[in-house]
Every structure is written in C-alpha cells, then in structure tokens.
Design a protein around this ligand. Structure first.
Ligand code: ADP
Ligand code: MG
Length: 272
C-alpha cells in the first residue's frame, strides 16, 4: 500500500509524504502478521491431525506385510504429506511476499489458496463454508495483498457468527461492468444502518479481540478498502441486521495471460 505522491516543491512536505508511505507499508506488514497469528493456532491443530494420520498409517504398514494394505497406507501417508506441503507453501508465500508487484492472476486460485489457510479455523468455529465459482476471471493483482483482504473479510464474517453458521464465497464475472467479483457472505449479526457508514474508517471497531487476539483494532476493513482502491477496484457491503452481511470486491477484468482470443468468462474455460 503506497501513495502515489507527486513530488512537490516543498522538501519538508516530500519528506512527510515519504514517511506516511513507509508507515503505511509497516502497518500493512503488521496487519498481515496479525492475520497469520489468527490462523496459526488452527494450523497447528491441523498439523497435529496430519501427523497422527502419518504415524498411524506407518504403524499399520509395518504391521501388515501384504502389498494391498501397504499400498493403501503409502497412499494415505502421501496424501497427508501433500496436504501439509500445501498448507506450509500457502503460509510461507503469504507471510513472505512483499513489495508492489502486480500480475494478471486467476482469482479462483487466489481464493482457493486463502481457503487452505482458513479451512481449519472455520471448522473449529463451526462455520460451514460453501464456494461457488461461476467463472474463472483474471485480474491484475498484488497476490499477497488480495489474500490479506480476503482473510480479513473471512475472519470478520466468522467473528460475526458466534456459535457458528454458514459462509459463502463466490467468484463471478460481471461482463457489463468489465469487472471480476469476489463475494464473501456470512449469516451473522449484520451491521446496523447507523454503523454501516463507519466500518471502513480506521480504528472503527465494535469488538474486543477474540481468543487468538484477532479483531478489535478496526484496521482490517480500512486496509481492505485501501488495497482494493489501489487496484482500481471497489469494495461494497450489504448488510441486514440479524440476517448477515455480504462484502463484494470488484476488480477490473483482464485477459488470461497466454489467451489471444475469446473471453475467460465461461465456467473454467481453458485455452485451446
Ligand atoms: N461480516 C461482518 N459482520 C458484522 N459486522 C462486521 C463485519 N465485518 C465488519 N464488521 C463491523 O465492522 C467493524 C470494523 O471491522 P474491521 O475494520 O475488520 O475491524 P475489527 O475486525 O478489528 O473490529 C467491526 O468491528 C464490526 O463492527
Ligand atoms: Mg477485522
């Protein structure tokens, strides 16, 4: 997140603007680490489960000498290892990546990578997740920033459903507007009309931090808005108190890299 400050004739002003840009970058990084913290405990649990599976199937394979059983055990161990690798890769790429690189990227892929990180957290909070990918749009994005936005929205949604509930994440193409849309919907408390205009303000929060110390700073949505606006996109909210809330991200569509003709708006259409 950096401001596109025009150099002025005032060196003091330039220095201040430089300072603001640096502080914004630091805030972004700190916010990112706090989100990592939020999912870390659930990921530790998940690793424990994976290890239990690996250990049990290894023992079983050692006990049984027949080929069929051993093959089954190896397959279970392999699947567990692959799941663990997927989670660590996601975690590392999320916490490491920095900088302002933008690239044309598959939004469904970004959503899926984020869901790997929060799946367990949602499960532990009895949130049932449904995904609907109506198309496979591409947009020009800073991948880690967009992941961060999605993590913030998903964790907010989960926090709005104390005791659990259903969450829906969808991706679609809005051809008329030339926009890709990602929606995160929860069936939680909703947001009263008088609070709705304030939720994107920095430091506006109605919560105390949860057991992972997540939430309560009021910086999540402020960051989401900054990120989406720096992507020339829009973030919209619709909420009904007592029913739930939907946040929709709209990002300008771009062509799938490597595709010369046609659109990428059909369901899972591939080149060729
Ligand atoms: N999905 C949601 N459902 C209900 N309220 C929400 C939701 N997302 C955000 N809010 C409201 O907006 C406020 C600001 O959110 P955010 O900027 O993420 O800060 P924080 O999560 O630290 O409180 C929250 O405190 C809450 O009141
Ligand atoms: Mg939040």
């Amino acid at each position: 997140m950096s401001m596109d400050a025009q150099p002025s004739n005032d060196p003091q002003l330039d220095a201040l603007e430089q300072q603001i840009a640096e502080l914004q970058d630091q805030l972004m990084q700190a916010q990112k680490m706090s989100t990592v913290g939020a999912v870390a405990s659930s990921i530790t649990h998940e690793f424990n489960n994976i290890l239990t599976t690996v250990i049990n199937y290894t023992k079983m394979g050692l006990r049984h000498k027949d080929v069929a059983t051993r093959e089954k055990c190896f397959n279970k161990i392999l699947a567990s290892g692959q799941r663990a690798a997927k989670i660590t890769t996601g975690m590392l790429s999320y916490s490491r990546s920095k900088g302002n690189k933008y690239e044309a990227f598959d939004l469904v892929q970004i959503v899926e990578d984020v869901l790997v990180l929060v799946e367990k957290d949602l499960q532990m909070h009895r949130v049932k997740l449904q995904t609907d990918y109506f198309s496979r749009p591409f947009a020009n994005v800073n991948i880690s920033q967009l992941q961060q936005v999605l993590l913030n929205l998903i964790i907010n949604g989960r926090q709005a459903m104390d005791g659990g509930g259903r969450m829906f994440v969808s991706v679609r193409t809005n051809e008329e507007q030339g926009m890709a849309e990602i929606a995160v919907r929860d069936c939680g408390t909703g947001i009263p009309a008088d609070k709705l205009p304030k939720i994107f303000d920095p430091f506006f929060s109605t919560k105390d931090a949860d057991e992972q110390g997540q939430g309560g700073t009021g910086l999540g949505l402020a960051l989401c808005r900054d990120v989406i606006e720096s992507h020339k996109g829009r973030i919209r909210v619709e909420s009904t108190p007592g029913k739930g809330t939907t946040f929709t991200l709209k990002l300008p569509l771009v062509a799938e890299p490597g595709l010369t003709t046609g659109s990428n708006s059909g369901p899972f259409q591939k080149a060729g």
